[in-house]
Each structure stands twice: as structure tokens, then as C-alpha cells.
Write a protein that binds this ligand. Sequence first.
Ligand SMILES: Cc1ncc(COP(=O)(O)O)c(C=O)c1O
Length: 459
Amino acid sequence: MLTNLQTRDVETMIHPYTNLAAFREAGPLVLESGKGVWVYDSDGKPYIEGMAGLWCTSLGYSNEELVETAREQMSRLPFTHIFGGKSNDPAIELAEKLKEIAPMPVSKVLFGASGSDANDTQVKLVWYYNNAIGRPEKKKIIARIKGYHGVTVASASLTGLPANHTDFDLPIKNILHTSCPHYYRFGKDGETEEEFATRCADELEELILKEGPETVAAFIAEPVGGAGGVTVPPVGYYEKIQRVLDKYDVLFIADEVITGFGRLGTMFGSEAVGMRPDTMSCAKAITSAYFPVSAVMIPEKIYAAMLDESRKIGTFGHGNTYAGHPVGMALGVKTIEIYQRDNIVGHVQSMLPGFWKHLDRLRDHPLVGEVRGKGMVAGIELVADKATKRAFDIKKTIGAKATNLAQQEGLIVRNLGDTVAICPPLVINAGEVDELFDKLTRALDRLEAHVRSENLRAA
Ligand SMILES: Cc1ncc(COP(=O)(O)O)c(C=O)c1O
């Protein structure tokens, strides 16, 4: 039975990434407040936010300094755009800061408001750049199966998940997909992880050669995959990929929308996995999600080409209203100041042994096929048969059942198919890590009892 608030929601809103039919029965979980790693629903029930919202509230909820920063900027200058030569001081400060901390040389920063628009911008810049330097045929962009890059027309095309393409008439032309470097699911019998990584790089090279290297402009990858099921490439994968990209003069775009700002135990994910990107998309934790901000980090060679275009054709015809929004910019500056001042990366590293001790224990759970992840992001894949890796029948919605039970236990996690993702705020402490896994283990134990009693393992 839905509450009044739930009924009003069901009758008025479309929710992203929701089964619209099932939602009419279940209704929403209406959250009202938050503090630290905890959020509270409209009945006052507490939950550990084990997903940091959508992989984003890195400093947790109701951070007083961020609240005060937003209030102060709101009252001083709540809005100014940055079109046509306008600017604002926090935007300048944030751009300088990002250039300083980026893991590769950055010439200019282009602000936006979401991870999707950042990746859309990346696609447009790759095309613009190649036109500018007289290579109009070099336009194709290669992404990966199970990669996640957003939902706008170009970024959803980069995303390598069927739900983002089916019946949306996507992907658009010039976007291709290569192998997903997830060994557990895509490694062949008898193949070592190293051989698998070599095969992934070989398959990328074969695709480039098939399409014609003169037509392939860029490759985009998340250092560690998130929304596609938390996929962690084998050690050495990016080195092998990098060799192929260098050989055919293909730009490397790092999608650091989840992994930027400490998630993998380094300031940027590229550093944790040995990526050498040319350009980078950031969002989410750039403001601890207190304001929608994204940033595309542009290298000098692309900026130089953009500058030439302006000399030739005039205006750079791209950008949106909220780019460089002063409140978001001020929050970005303050968030990065807190990351550095409080050594959040160091804190994450100190939490990792405890976090992974719990995860390692879960490997023995009868439902768990694989535990994977890096730093403070993990995926727990639930399978019908541990020995053969046989998945549950998709219609049994095992992953959704797991997250529902976790929610009953007072823990918010997210299922990506039958993989349960965990990505708590980076400020989580040791006691809260223990509590998170106590709740999750209780939920998985209850699910195991249900699976047995309902005989859900039957093929
Ligand atoms: C790696 C990655 N890229 C891009 C996006 C899209 O970001 P947004 O939802 O802000 O458009 C996401 C969102 O989860 C993401 O995880």
C-alpha cells in the first residue's frame, strides 16, 4: 500500500533507470535528510548510503563547510554565465586547481553540468579537432562493451549497454564498441589474465585495422568500469591498449566521472591503473555532488586547433547555460580544498584493508560468484552456481531482490543486473564499514534462504 507521498510521486514523475511498470506497484523510497554516510527516509528510518548516491557524494551528507560555501556564493553572486567573455572568480580558481591536480598536462578546462554532457563534449571536440587539423575522415570513436558514459545521444552511443540503445535508435554512426576487459565473464577457458589482456588489445587493433586507422580518432574508457557492472581490467591491460592507440595515433579519453577525486585510492583513477590519457571527463565528486558540475580537461594540441578554428570561423559554438555556474564552481574549489586539507586519499587508503577484508569474506558466500573492484568501489556478482559461474535466470531478478533486502536492513546499495555495487562516501569510518557489511551480509543470508525455499537456482 503506497503512502500519499508515494502515490503523488507515481502519478507525476518519470524516474530514470526504473522499470516503470514495477514502480507503479512498489513506489519510491522518499529520502528526507542526510548526515555523514547516513540518509533518512520520510518515516525517519536510517540507511547507510552504500552507493554515495550515484557514486558521487564523496564527502557524505550535510557537510557544513560545503553548505556554508554554497550559501555564501548564492548570496554574493548566485549566477553568471561564462559565454562571450564573461567569467567569475570561483570558475577561474577551479580551472586553475584542476589543471594543477590533473594527472596529465592540461591546457584548458571546459565546464558543463553532467557526466553525459562532458562526454558529449568529448565527442564533439574530437570531431572538431580533426576537422581543424585537416583530417576530416578521422572521426570514429571506440568505446567498450559494458562501458558507461551517459545518456545523451552521443554519450549513450558510447555507453556499451543494450538498455541504452534498444528502441532509442542508438548508437549513432561513427561510434564503435570493442571488448570488455572483464576476465571473469569474458576470459576463455585456459586463458590467463595476461593472455586475456593481450587478446583485448589485439581485438582493439583488429577493429582499428578493419575500420581503417585513418578513420579512427579516439578511444574512451573508464579506468575501472562502474555502471556496467564494476569491471576491473587485468593488470597490464592499459599498457597494451596504450601501445595500440599510440601506433595508430588514436586519442585516449579517460572517463573519470566515477573514479576522479579519490575513489580508487589515488586522486585520479588513471594513476591507479596506469592509463596515460590525452583528455579527461570529470563530474560527480568534483563537488561531492552538492552541485551539478562537469569538467573536460583539454590538452594543448586540441586547444591549439580550437584556437585556429576561431581565427578561421569565429565563435566556438558550444557550451551550456550552467557551465561555470558560480555556486558549482565555489563548491568545486571548496571540495578539492577539503580533499587536500583532510588528505581524503590517505583516509581512503587507511580504510581499504578493512573494506576489503569484509569483501574477501563474502567470496565464500553461497550466492557470490565474484567479488571485484578497486579502492573503495566494489561489485559482488551473484550467481546460481559458483563452480560453473552460471547466472540466475534474469527473470528471477536476484540482484533487485538483494538490494531490496539490503534496504530493509537499512543499507542502500545498487544492483547492476545481478551484481551488487558498493561505493560508499569516501569519508566512511571503520565502524561504519563494519556496519555496512553486517547489513549486507544479513541481506545476502536472507536472500540465500529465499533462493533455497523457492528453488530459484533451477535452470
Ligand atoms: C563513468 C561515467 N560516465 C558518465 C556518466 C554520466 O554522468 P551523468 O549521469 O552525470 O550524466 C556516469 C554516470 O554514472 C558515469 O558513471
